[in-house]
Design a protein around this ligand. Sequence first.
Ligand code: TXA
Ligand code: MG
Length: 343
Amino acid sequence: MSQTPVLAATPEAIRRAAAIIRAGGLVAFPTETVYGLGANGLDAEAVRRIFTAKGRPLTDPVIIHAASIGQLAEVGVLPNLYLRLAQAFMPGPLTLILPRGPNIPPIVSAGRDTVAVRVPAHPVAQALLAAAQVPIAAPSANAFSRPSATTAAHVLEDLDGRIDLVLDGLASTIGVESTIIDLTTTPPTLRRPGGVPIEALRAFIPDLAQAQQFLDSAASAVAPGQLLKHYSPRAQVRLYTTADGRITPQLAARMNADLAEATGRVGVLLTGFALALPPAAQAITLGDDPVAASAHLFASLRALDAAPVDVIFAAWVRRDGLAAAVWDRLVRAAEGHVIFVKP
Ligand code: TXA
Ligand code: MG
């Protein structure tokens, strides 16, 4: 039996969850990207509990979830220039960093004068926001630096007994977090690749800048959330890739050679080509389709961890569209241990 109740997201359960949020408690709920760990975004003490439950440093700001573009105005200041951008992608897997409105307590933004906001599309998230009638602060519902949760069971793995309720609304279908665009810089800056492909955003922001993507922990204080060690399974991840974004015979040959020499319990994420697996290896097929790979990435890392294995061999070559988000999460899971195989 879990200590934290898990309820199927019926209207009655959603009313109960909304009451917990309004009373300052913590509720994990599904969104289309990953599960979120929600608290009343207007209540500094409630938001503080999120950081404690996750073991997350107070320097890492959280995203505010709003019911609609209309409710954004209670949270931050959306420049008129970007209203069409918001209308095109909200509700959906896009987060915008805006000047922080006066209602939002500083702890949400780790003291910054900006705030990250998103309007989730998942019907359970929408129903919870409507019932709670307050904006909901919610980071991903995983323990700090672990892979994000895409099911209620993943949430319990990390947070059982530390939060008040889990609303079970089936699996998150996108599977990677929202794309984050900072509108407080000129030009706007991509802070995190995610569920909305960068290519789609360029139609609205042709001069979109790319933030430096991977930082080690020493540099992390200036760019919260860009920590290299993030989304990490307990096993060590070895990520293989090619510079030109194609699967080559040399890639498989190098991985096969390394697999033959691997010691300890070996896990493999298969991504679109065959490998010679050592006899006791645990393999999970992620495939090379970016949409399917995004949907199953975190669950696959968690499953290999639970096997358990000591090392995970993975390959990923594409960087376009949703594949950019898969690449980003795998590089972080690998803590930068990336092996570029030459043609
Ligand atoms: O899809 C998502 O965005 C999920 C679901 C639950 O909505 N949420 C999510 O939250 O991924 P979290 O906390 O795991 O990641 C939010 C990222 C963090 O890396 C944080 O540093 C960044 O957003 N962030 C939040 N507010 C910010 C701000 N004011 N300035 C810069 N970065 C910010
Ligand atoms: Mg997170």
